[in-house]
Design a protein around this ligand. Structure first.
Ligand code: AP5
Length: 219
């Protein structure tokens, strides 16, 4: 299956993408994680991306499109994938159409996670993230078993520099202005399924299974 997860910052896209990946055994392509990896390795892309990410703005399209195009051509994507955080504007959506068209592929499903922006600000201030394996925690709603240590790989958790309140509010504005219009495109194509981002975190695995059930039964 080829799935796109859509929604504002902090809506729970990454949390769901990891669950779906485990369930369907397909890779997650999270542009935010890919960019953070470039930043931490100090690559040319990373050096350019960092200033935009720290301000909560979109990284220039050509950099992100290049990363995604390369990633989608890797063999592990041939059996399906989950896109998390891409496309984020209409130009990226056009690029995705072109890339998938050239590969003879189409999206099967767009999951739109709907959540109140005020919830997101609190959630993100409490998020911790594993820079080694990408696992996501929340100090209030989903804490690690040992303080500040990743349950999955034992690495030390970090707080993302763009999770400060003023940057989160800027990211939410960018989402409303640039990213939300992309949703219309997928609604017109009949691909969008809305899911609630405000259910308790422990109910997310059941919600994900429920949403995917018809597709799993079909295959
Ligand atoms: P990116 O990393 O993609 O960030 P984002 O889209 O803003 O989304 P987040 O990762 O913040 O949130 P999420 O929806 O995945 O939520 P999560 O599951 O972690 O992008 C970062 C930056 O990179 C951008 O600002 C931009 O600069 C750049 N970038 C990335 N892609 C780009 C692109 N295509 N083009 C240009 N630039 C790009 O959950 C959040 C927290 O809430 C966690 O702590 C989680 O445990 C908790 N939580 C989740 N669900 C619940 C729940 N139901 N109840 C309670 N807590 C919950």
């Amino acid at each position: 299956m080829r799935i796109l997860i859509f929604g504002p910052p902090g809506s729970g896209k990454g949390t769901r993408a990891r669950l779906i990946s485990r369930l369907l055994k397909i890779p997650v392509i999270t542009t935010g994680d890919m960019l953070r990896d470039e930043v931490s390795r100090g690559t040319e892309i990373g050096l350019k991306a960092k200033e935009y990410m720290d301000r909560g703005e979109l990284v220039p399209d050509e950099l992100v499109i290049r990363l995604v195009e390369e990633r989608l051509h890797r063999p592990d994507c041939s059996g399906g994938f989950i896109l998390d955080g891409f496309p984020r504007n209409l130009r990226q959506a056009e690029a995705l159409d072109r890339i998938l068209g050239e590969m003879g592929m189409e999206l099967d499903l767009v999951l739109n996670v709907v959540v109140d922006p005020e919830i997101v600000v609190e959630r993100l201030s409490l998020r911790r993230w594993c820079p080694k394996c990408g696992a996501i925690y929340n100090l209030k709603y989903d804490p690690p078993k040992v303080d500040e240590i990743c349950d999955e790989c034992g690495a030390r958790l970090i707080q993302r520099s763009d999770d400060r309140e003023e940057v989160v509010r800027r990211r939410l504005r960018v989402y409303e202005e640039q990213t939300k219009p992309v949703l219309e495109l997928y609604i017109e194509r009949g691909l969008v399924r809305e899911i609630r981002g405000d259910i308790p975190i422990e109910e997310i695995p059941r919600e994900v299974e429920e949403v995917l059930k018809p597709y799993l039964e079909r295959d």
